[in-house]
Design a protein around this ligand. Structure first.
Ligand code: FRU
Length: 485
């Protein structure tokens, strides 16, 4: 169907209408729940509901009925969900159940201004139906008109619930014994990191460094809303530091900024709660769009996808610790028609992939740098169009150039080139590139450099090329797989 030419094959999209942030990510009884900001009556943002989908493998999703609808306290903005294993809330008669913690947004503040307060809903039937708590809202603070997007987790050491939420251009941290009564613990962010827009959708979790459970750090994700004067639009920063159950301390100098993604289309991402301890992963998903142009992208009947679900980790490099991201291994089972090459010498003008036609695929390449100053791939190409995924050897820079990627004229800030530093270790560079019907996601090395970008190829643009400029590069290995879910 022409109207579905951009409908991804292996990324989550709503069946119809508008979607933004992922919400309420929780794993329970063998099921991954994905809720999301949803407007059931239009393909642009509107009165927010929580849409819902369930998956057993994070890749193939069943669409569920809308979980939460606006009520007398307002729209249902972003938030999280947890398993209340010990029934601390008293909602479950002593058993375990799901509790969603979200923001109620209305205009009932002073003189009709925005008011944002935190509320609860619970489910005793594995997320199929939800009851709003009669004591809503459970947390308000009139000092902040922007006071939203609660992310809650159980903090084992202090044996209490922690909530982190966005408050203006800071985050506030609260604790609770029962999810209903919240006590202020601390505020973080004054003078720290980037302040080019309102802070949104924070997350906070502990990760081992280089997989060593005795050496851990806490990671804080903070999305930053669209500031019209910046072409980057909305994007996500992260901090690495310590959290003692009350306060978060940033390991970096206050003014330094770390971005989660070098591309434009990874926003409002957060991680799944309650993965079994034996799984051990921290899995993240983001909204594959940007507030800059999210409401005018050229899809019909539905709007927005999620990024691929990604496993997060921390790796030490020289004297720095970096957050790394890799698409979840569950995706591998959906690969088909894998082709493999070894030891190809790529010279300017030589494209061994010229006969291929692929629109939903992943490729994994290991390059050995030689004399080429620039090399990489061109994906979704035709005579006129291409998206370049390239590497500049001297600058050690990975980039995606979507200037000629297809339909780009729906917003002046959409076409462009997005770059990020990526180190070639011992003269070798590994690239993993995932291309779907309206996106490209590039992971360099172990996932320390990532670019996530939307694309809207015009007609049939299924071509693929590997290229080198001003010299040669050795392609030590290349595999390409189609992906159909
Ligand atoms: C982020 C955000 C959140 C808010 C939601 C409203 O994209 O602005 O801060 O809860 O979207 O839909």
């Amino acid at each position: 169907m022409l109207q579905d030419r951009y409908r991804p094959n292996f990324h989550f999209t709503p069946q119809q209408q508008w979607m933004n942030d992922p919400n309420g990510l929780v794993y329970f009884q063998g099921e991954y729940h994905l809720f999301y900001q949803y407007h059931p009556d239009g393909t642009t943002w509107g009165p927010m509901h929580w849409g819902h989908a369930i998956s057993k493998d994070l890749v193939s999703w069943d669409h569920m009925p809308v979980a939460l609808e606006p009520d007398e306290h307002g729209y249902i903005f972003s938030g999280s969900a947890v398993v209340d294993w010990e029934d601390t809330s008293g909602f479950f008669g002593g058993g375990a159940g799901l509790v969603a913690i979200f923001t109620h947004h209305d205009n009932a503040g002073e003189n009709g201004s925005v008011r944002e307060r935190q509320s609860l809903a619970y489910s005793s039937d594995s997320g199929r139906t939800w009851t709003k708590y009669s004591g809503n809202p459970v947390l308000a603070d009139t000092r902040f008109p922007d006071f939203r997007d609660p992310k809650v987790f159980w903090h084992t050491k202090s044996k209490r619930w922690i909530m982190i939420l966005a408050s203006g251009q800071t985050v506030s941290i609260y604790h609770s014994p029962n999810l209903k009564e919240w006590t202020f613990a601390s505020q973080f962010g004054e003078g720290e990191g980037s302040h080019i827009g309102v802070w949104e959708c924070p997350d906070l979790f502990e990760l081992p460094v280089d997989g060593d459970p005795s050496h851990t750090k806490w990671v804080m994700l903070v999305s930053i809303g669209n500031a019209p004067e910046y072409p980057e639009g909305s994007r996500t920063q992260y901090f690495i530091g310590q959290f003692n159950g009350t306060e978060f301390k940033n390991d970096d100098a206050a003014e330094s900024v770390r971005w989660l993604d070098g591309g434009r289309d990874n926003y409002a991402g957060v991680s799944w709660s309650d993965l079994p301890a034996e799984d051990g992963r921290r899995i993240y998903i983001g909204w594959l769009s940007n507030w800059k142009y999210a409401q005018v992208t050229p899809t019909e009947g539905w709007r927005s996808a999620m990024t691929l679900p990604r496993t997060l980790g921390l790796r030490s490099r020289a004297n720095r610790i970096l957050l790394v991201q890799r698409p979840v291994q569950e995706l591998d089972q959906w690969k088909t028609d894998t082709m493999q090459w070894n030891d190809l010498l790529i010279e300017p003008g030589y494209n061994p992939l010229s006969g291929l036609a692929l629109t939903s695929f992943m490729l994994e390449a290991e390059f050995e740098l030689q004399t080429a100053t620039e090399f990489g791939f061109k994906v979704r190409t035709s005579k006129e169009y291409e998206t370049v995924v390239g590497y500049l050897a001297e600058a050690q820079e990975l980039f995606v150039d979507r200037t000629q990627s297809g339909k780009t004229d729906f917003h002046t800030d959409f076409p462009g080139r997005h770059a990020v530093e990526a180190e070639a270790v011992d003269g070798r560079l590994v690239l993993r590139i995932w291309v779907d019907r309206c996106s490209v996601e590039v992971f360099a090395g172990e996932g320390e450099a990532v670019i996530t970008d939307l694309l809207f190829p015009i007609d049939e643009q299924p071509g693929l090329a590997v290229y080198a400029k001003h010299g040669n590069v050795r392609l030590a290995s290349l595999s390409i797989s189609s992906i159909f879910v």
